[in-house]
Ligand binder design. Structure first.
Ligand SMILES: Nc1ncnc2c1ncn2[C@@H]1O[C@H](COP(=O)(O)OP(=O)(O)OP(=O)(O)O)[C@@H](O)[C@H]1O
Length: 358
């Protein structure tokens, strides 16, 4: 069992409150990502889980055992938690094999068993040939794999990853994303991955916790974050989301609603309990906007159209007053010029729940 329950965690540094009533229930074997802008408290949350920070209030339980609370604190080495840091945290003077073996040695495993285990896990991350190298003679990606091999060797039931791809080039990031997914499948460990990169979070995690200014705004599977953001901040974080005003919201009771968006009727999705109201906020993505023939739709003025291969990324000023900036992707082949007047339609959108509406 390696489920994690974080309950109403508060953490301040001096007078600065960094985490506010953070609660997350993570199932054993889940791969979750914590996504948020720089300074929102992600690393502090990870450090609390690892046992490097004490809590001011609330609790953390791993596998049913309370490991952190204001009354008690299990030290990091007794939590069964492996950590992969951005800077890998490898011992520079030790070879790859000794780096991986170190934790096993400290835990008292005899040398023959240790050597066999190290060879096995280095084989799994395809570093068997580099066992005698030192970290300085490895690429960033190889160092990352040593850090993962260490978690595999220790059979960590929970693996915490702190922006592990932040220092790497785009090509290597893709390869290592696959590596993390394979590691997860092989180890069955509960993965807790923090990042400010939404593409990484959506690609890897089964559920993503979106965090802002020390609070969890929404904890949901990637598709739900994309299609049904809980508030304006989440909507803006995910997939180039955009939020605009709508009026005369009329829900039909089945999770759908009609409303007026930029002066034109639009069919939208909404929560089942949604009520009629004069004003609402609607979130959508560039893919929800379409250019339509004729004049029946939202008038828009082309500001810029950029060729992107399969489509033209098109920025327009739209609406009755021509003052609402929008972005849409128009399938190629197409040709648009600056200043051209076009007509667009919003084909899908999500009505933000009432508490988030302004
Ligand atoms: N030991 C500390 N003492 C005082 N303030 C701290 C300490 N550690 C973090 N902070 C502050 O807490 C806030 C959250 O920092 P944290 O590192 O958790 O954010 P983050 O989301 O991980 O950011 P980044 O993505 O930039 O690493 C920041 O304002 C930071 O300055």
């Amino acid at each position: 069992m390696s489920d994690i329950t974080i309950d109403a965690l508060d953490k301040s540094f001096g007078r600065t409150r960094v985490l506010h009533e953070v609660s997350l229930a993570i199932a054993s074997g889940e791969f979750i990502a914590v996504l948020g802008p720089s300074g929102c408290g992600k690393t502090t949350l990870l450090r609390c889980l690892a046992g490097f920070e004490r809590l001011d209030a609330g609790s953390i339980a791993i596998g049913g055992e309370t490991v952190s609370s204001p009354r008690g604190h299990v030290p990091p080495e007794r939590r069964g938690v492996g950590v992969v840091f951005q800077n890998y945290a490898l011992w520079p003077h030790m070879t790859v094999a000794r780096n991986v073996a170190y934790g096993l040695k400290i835990s008292g495993m005899a040398k023959p068993a240790r050597d066999a285990r190290v060879a096995e896990v280095l084989g799994l991350v395809e570093l068997g040939d580099l066992a005698d190298r030192r970290p300085a003679d490895l690429s960033g990606g190889q160092r990352q794999r040593v850090a993962l091999a260490r978690c595999l060797a220790m059979e960590s039931r929970v693996v915490l990853l702190d922006e592990p791809l932040a220092n790497l080039d785009v090509h290597l990031r893709g390869t290592l994303e696959e590596e993390f997914a394979r590691f997860h499948a092989r180890s069955g460990a509960t993965m807790f991955y923090i990042t400010h990169d939404q593409a990484e979070a959506l690609a890897l995690a089964t559920r993503v916790a979106v965090m802002d200014r020390g609070r969890i705004l929404q904890f949901a599977p990637p598709e739900q974050l994309f299609r049904e953001p809980a508030c304006e901040t989440v909507a803006g974080f995910i997939g180039e989301g955009r939020v605009i005003a709508a009026s005369d919201l009329a829900p039909t009771g089945d999770g759908r609603a009609h409303a007026s968006v930029l002066g034109h009727p639009a069919a939208l999705r909404c929560a089942r309990g949604e009520r009629p109201r004069p004003r609402a906020r609607v979130s959508f993505h560039p893919g929800d906007l379409h250019m339509v023939p004729g004049a029946q739709g939202i008038a828009a003025n082309v500001l810029r159209a950029t060729y992107r291969g399969a489509y033209l990324r098109t920025e327009v000023m739209a609406g009755p007053a021509g003052d609402v900036p929008l972005t849409l992707n128009i399938p190629a082949p197409a040709s648009l010029t600056q200043g051209q007047r076009i007509t667009i339609a919003l084909r899908d959108g999500w009505v933000l729940p009432d508490r988030a509406a302004s």
